[in-house]
Design a protein around this ligand. Structure first.
Ligand SMILES: [Zn+2]
Length: 488
């Protein structure tokens, strides 16, 4: 008996020595306390955590895979990679690790949102004027938990590309960016958006922007089927995916022409317009056709099946369609971010629309049902905010509120997080690097000061947003933009 015990002790000793050696080998190469990237002072002011070895202890994890919520976990990341995850107290922690107490907090992957813009839609003569938010929006997206975003259309594509590069260089604060082309659009209702004229070559436009570094293509309301055919061919030849906010072309036609992604789920679907003219957009009639569409429509179900068969991804953007009645002026609570004159203007618009938006409420709720149906049938779904519309959707705040609206759409919490993280990563084909809280992935993480399972509005209490292991203070960033959104 005694001999047996000592034998076991010896085995344990050998195992411990092995473990210590492994830990030593893993951590011996880490000689600097700080991450290697150099940040400009403008960025540094928002950095809270910049240690190369960080552990978040005793935290709740919603890992983005859609799997069960994990309680009481320790997450260790070394430099920019997640090194180990285990039950609290059960993983090896290097002595000099920066320890963050995660008790009562929730850790989710950094959000990956795919219908974003670097411009604000300032109300203008019944419509909007795009004001480029070169300095404000990138950091606001990060403060709102977004570590990777795709711009779905650019008003100043050069500026967007430059911002992306300045962020990579540590000179600006913001997420990793997939920059799209300017909206490829013919004459329409927003003069800032038209980019294609007469016989101009759509292929040349695609090549021009891909050569400059754009990695996505965005089509808009008034393009023709010929434009779409040629753009898709040119983009796919460069291994670039094409999305579109359609109107002139039906979803079925778009599926046949080989689109990868359609924006705004079914709210831009012209397939149910009775007298739809080929290549013609009529947004009013389109909306009307959706309002009179029966939720049990066989045609709708068949269209969904067709889109699924064609492997088309739909982007769900509920924030920009949010009605007024019983809702916030700025969804997500960002009203103080607005420049004072805009705060007044938007409040005025809000006051004039409240309790007069029963059709918008109907439209909004019907879309929630359609989206859930599409998802339940196996449809591919990604999400984004689209900061346009009547100027109520603003970067960061809208991204947080989107998670709340996914719950309202009746997705479960783990589904909502997966839609906002892993699904976006898969679409962008970066899921091997980011999009979940798993060992080996990049430390793109959001630490929330509260329990998301108890109350979804805790999503607004983001404490630290880690991008590639560097922790940014969400509050410091949001505080820095107060009163500035909407200024040129
Ligand atoms: Zn948009």
């Amino acid at each position: 008996m005694k001999r047996k015990t000592s034998k076991i002790n010896n085995v344990i000793k050998i195992k411990m020595i092995k473990a210590i050696v492994i830990v030593f080998i893993v951590f011996a190469s880490i000689d600097n306390k700080v991450n290697a990237q150099i940040f400009a002072p403008a960025v540094k002011q928002f950095i809270e955590i910049n240690d190369s070895v960080v552990v978040i202890s005793n935290v709740k994890i919603i890992d983005g895979t859609g799997g069960p919520v994990q309680n009481n976990r320790d997450v260790l990341f070394v430099k920019n990679k997640i090194h180990s995850i285990g039950a609290t107290g059960k993983i090896a922690i290097p002595k000099d690790a920066k320890v963050i107490d995660g008790t009562g907090k929730t850790l989710i992957p950094g959000l990956i949102m795919l219908h974003e813009h670097l411009f604000y839609a300032k109300p203008f003569e019944g419509d909007y004027k795009a004001v480029h938010m070169t300095y404000m929006f990138p950091k606001m997206y990060l403060a709102g938990g977004v570590t990777t975003m795709r711009t779905a259309g650019s008003i100043e594509a050069n500026a967007d590309l430059n911002v992306k590069n300045l962020i990579v260089q540590g000179k600006m604060t913001g997420p990793k960016m997939d920059v799209s082309t300017p909206h490829i659009e013919r004459e329409g209702f927003i003069p800032q958006i038209q980019s294609l004229y007469g016989n101009e070559s759509p292929e040349r436009m695609v090549d021009y922007w891909v050569d400059k570094g754009v990695t996505s293509v965005k089509l808009y309301n008034n393009i023709t089927k010929d434009d779409m055919t040629r753009v898709i061919k040119a983009a796919h030849a460069r291994k670039i995916k094409v999305t579109g906010h359609l109107c002139s072309i039906t979803y079925r036609e778009a599926a046949d022409l080989g689109m990868d992604n359609l924006e705004h789920t079914f709210t831009a679907c012209s397939d149910f317009m009775k007298d739809k003219k080929e290549d013609q957009c009529d947004n009013g009639k389109l909306r009307q056709s959706l309002l009179s569409l029966n939720e049990n429509s066989v045609e709708l179900k068949e269209l969904m099946q067709y889109l699924i068969k064609k492997k088309i991804t739909l982007t769900y953007t509920p924030v920009v369609f949010e009605p007024f009645t019983n809702r916030e002026v700025i969804p997500g609570g960002g009203i103080d971010a607005l420049a004072p004159f805009l705060k007044e203007q938007i409040q005025g618009i809000y006051n004039s629309r409240i309790n007069k938006d029963s059709l918008s409420i109907q439209f909004f709720k019907a879309e929630m049902k359609r989206v859930k149906q599409f998802y339940n049938m196996g449809g591919k779904l990604i999400v984004g905010t689209d900061p346009t519309g009547p100027g109520r959707t603003i970067a960061g705040y809208a991204n947080q509120h989107l998670i709340e609206l996914l719950i309202e759409t009746s997705f479960t919490l783990t589904e909502a997080i997966k839609l906002s993280t892993l699904n976006g990563a898969k679409y962008l084909e970066i899921e091997k690097e980011t999009g979940t809280v798993e060992v080996g992935k990049t430390a793109d993480l959001v630490l929330i000061d509260g329990d998301l399972e108890k109350d979804i509005s805790n999503i607004r209490k983001m404490e630290i947003v880690f991008k590639e292991g560097v922790g940014f203070s969400s509050k410091k960033i949001f505080d820095s933009v107060k009163g500035k959104v909407g200024l040129d």
